[in-house]
Design a protein around this ligand. Structure first.
Ligand code: ADP
Length: 444
């Protein structure tokens, strides 16, 4: 047994770390998803559409040509490598580009093509010859605003006279100067300031108003009210679009307050199942024992890539140090890292440069790494009242039925945690078999 630089602490004293780790930063997660997303997320569900006027015909498009876009815009789309509209774009784009403009509330998970859709709408409605703000997009953070701006720049690459400006804190405009750029992307506070206090933006001239990441937005104190104040000052003919990755009641209530007479488009998320996953557990005495079991399993399986989950930051760090000292190459994805650092670790893992990723619950939420074939729960996911956290268990191990690969899951269980594991087994009605870590033939 090796000694490590990090003191050995009993799991039970890690409560403060747990609390710290439990704060989910929605905006950071969303940004992370954007940084690592390179292609569309697939879904086997149908797009659900609720038209404001159910009697009007419902159009969908299978090609970008059908949309009769400006030549330079179509060129931009193809240069980005888009061949055909995504599932949500098939339905959303005809509505967004209709004459007269229609309002839209759209919900689908991150990676399904929402940003590309509203950027296309903004670029197609902008008049490059008019030098004042015409499209306004609200985003929850500076970084997310920049990401959207990058998409505008890429897609608008051939729309040479169209320009973007960021209404974010720290972006100073000299007194007395006008904004000549047509597309403004910013956070609600600064946009409000630029509109009402500094009178830099004339809201009555805005044609397209986009509220992106509505779920993240309402999670931030003050943003809902600020957004509503901005929306109230827009002209009645302004097109209003709202996007969200999730749709709890609170998002829905906000959406209905801020978007008049909307069409609604929803694409349900692919559900996770445990059907394709073989689940095992190894009974252990204590943490060192769990570590030993992990090492044994490790030797036995050389296929694919693995993610190892720990309940706390501290435990994840400890495990990383132990494994490194034993010569295993592992990387640690921790909440202490900046979003950029996290994105680069996930990227390395996805590129196959790292085989093993050690992480905690919060860090891995919402990040799907498709090629992972082995998941290890070094600690079982447990909630505040010391009951199993079923949802997190499913998130860690589950795969989507149609697109997911087969996988293996290992749970390292201290004897006293066994009842919790049995509860998980019952909850999902799927068997978790005991494994003798000395005898890996069982899983072959
Ligand atoms: P969302 O806003 O829903 O998270 P994005 O618009 O950012 O989704 O799209 C997710 C990824 O898919 C991005 O990398 C984007 O460039 C790409 N993408 C979007 N639309 C298409 C399309 N029609 N064809 C191919 N790729 C697309």
């Amino acid at each position: 047994i090796k000694s490590t630089a990090i003191p050995n602490l009993d799991d039970s004293v890690n409560n403060t770390e747990e609390d710290e780790e439990d704060v989910v930063d929605l905006a950071a997660n969303s940004l992370l998803n954007k940084l690592i997303r390179q292609s569309l997320v697939e879904s086997s569900h149908r797009v659900e559409v609720l038209q404001k006027d159910p009697s009007s015909p419902l159009y969908s498009v299978k090609t970008f040509e059908e949309l009769r876009l400006k030549e330079e815009l179509l060129k931009g789309i193809y240069t980005m490598g888009f061949n055909r509209p995504s599932k949500i774009q098939e339905m959303a784009l005809p509505m967004m580009l209709a004459h007269p403009p229609q309002n839209l509330i759209a919900q689908s998970q991150s990676g399904t093509g929402k940003t590309a859709a509203f950027v296309l709408a903004m670029l197609s409605r902008v008049n490059a010859l008019e030098l004042f703000p015409q499209c306004l997009c609200l985003a929850p953070t500076y970084e997310l605003a920049l990401q959207t701006g990058r998409v505008v720049e890429q897609m608008g690459k051939f729309c040479v006279d169209v320009q973007v400006m960021y209404a974010i804190r720290g972006n100073r405009i000299p007194r007395g100067s006008d904004i000549t750029k047509q597309i403004i992307i910013g956070t609600p506070g600064t946009v409000l300031d630029w509109c009402f206090k500094r009178k830099l933006i004339d809201l009555t001239k805005i044609r397209v108003f986009v509220l992106d990441e509505a779920d993240v937005m309402i999670d931030t104190q003050g943003f809902s009210d600020q957004s509503i104040r901005i929306q109230r000052a827009l002209p009645s003919e302004c097109q209003m679009l709202l996007f969200s990755a999730t749709f709890e009641d609170s998002v829905w209530q906000f959406a209905e307050r801020i978007i008049p007479d909307p069409n609604v488009i929803k694409l349900r998320k692919e559900e996770l199942t445990l059907n394709n996953i073989r689940q095992y557990y190894v009974l252990c005495e204590h943490r060192k024992d769990k570590y030993q079991a992990l090492c044994n399993i490790y030797g036995g399986i050389t296929i694919g890539q693995a993610i190892i989950f720990c309940q706390t930051r501290r435990n994840a760090k400890w495990l990383t140090v132990e494994m490194m000292q034993d010569g295993h190459q592992v990387s640690l994805l921790s909440g202490e890292l900046t979003v950029d650092q996290r994105a680069s670790i996930i990227q390395r893992f996805r590129d196959g440069k790292e085989k093993v990723l050690i992480t905690t619950n919060v860090c891995a939420r919402g990040i799907d790494v498709k090629q992972v074939t082995i998941v290890v729960n070094f600690d079982l996911p447990i909630n505040q009242v010391k009951e199993p956290d079923y949802e997190t268990y499913l998130h860690r191990i589950g795969r989507t039925g149609r697109f997911g690969k087969k996988g293996l899951a290992f749970n390292m269980i201290e004897v006293d945690k066994l009842p919790l594991l049995m509860k998980i087994q019952d909850h999902f009605n799927s068997s978790i078999n005991q494994l003798d870590p000395e005898d890996m033939d069982e899983i072959e």
